[in-house]
Design a protein around this ligand. Sequence first.
Ligand SMILES: C[S@@+](CC[C@H](N)C(=O)[O-])C[C@H]1O[C@@H](n2cnc3c(N)ncnc32)[C@H](O)[C@@H]1O
Length: 282
Amino acid sequence: MARVLGVPIFAALMEVSERPSLRWILQPKKQLPYSARTMNLQSKPSDEVEVSPWDNKGLLQSPELYQYVLETSVYPREPAPLKEIRAITADDPEFFMGTTPDSGQLIAMLLNLLNAKKTIELGVFTGYSLLLTALTIPDDGNIIAIDPDRQSYEMGLPVIQKAGVEHKIDFKNSPALPVLDRLLEDNKNRDSFDFAFVDADKPNYGNYHERLVQLVKIGGLIVYDNTLWYGTLAKPEETVDELMRPERSYLLEFNKFLAEDIRIQISQVPVGDGITICRRLF
Ligand SMILES: C[S@@+](CC[C@H](N)C(=O)[O-])C[C@H]1O[C@@H](n2cnc3c(N)ncnc32)[C@H](O)[C@@H]1O
């Protein structure tokens, strides 16, 4: 498969496919994940329902279709330094943590639409989404980037330096919560950020949200990554790998919480592993 697709990350994906906990990610879905049938919106039992081609609206249904999107619309426009970060990260055992290039493409567009200049990022890893942001915001823009794992950040740092955008980055080697609390102590930080990207520890997403809605300006965006958690949210818990269940349970609650939060407008977008875009309303 790696040779056929000619994409280095797939070599690593094949290695991960040997890991039982992650192997299912690579398997083609046998069922349409969110169709009316699987959501029990129709009265007939699923095996009696006629399959209509119009039933498949909305979500990617096969690894091949996802690969098509990447190869047709994403990779040809992906800046070279981002390809380089992906190549470096492909050798890391946790390579799958990087923000996906298709999500990145959407995030770059959001940053451009907002004319974002002041941003904050929670969860950096080797820096794919960070570099993407640094390449997109203007030369005098600034990103506060927070992660307790400096070692992973330093893997991607030479690429960031070579791309000439390190001066936009203020890396905080720390868990995110104390940094957010310190920022909130100074009134000038409140309502001041154009954009926040959250891709850190999922069980803290609610805590991050309460702080970020105060730090991001009205009209600004908070974007959460992994809100569809490897497609597990609409599957019965017992069919989900035990390793993935705690975050799955948490994200089920978090998604409901965001849907009820009147301070924000939301859109949950099925790119990558699912991102939820939140626009602060007041
Ligand atoms: C999914 S990765 C981030 C991927 C990154 N957005 C990218 O594009 O490569 C999650 C990161 O969150 C970091 N993390 C874990 N707990 C954290 C915390 N309490 N505060 C901030 N970051 C945290 C991890 O160290 C890890 O690097």
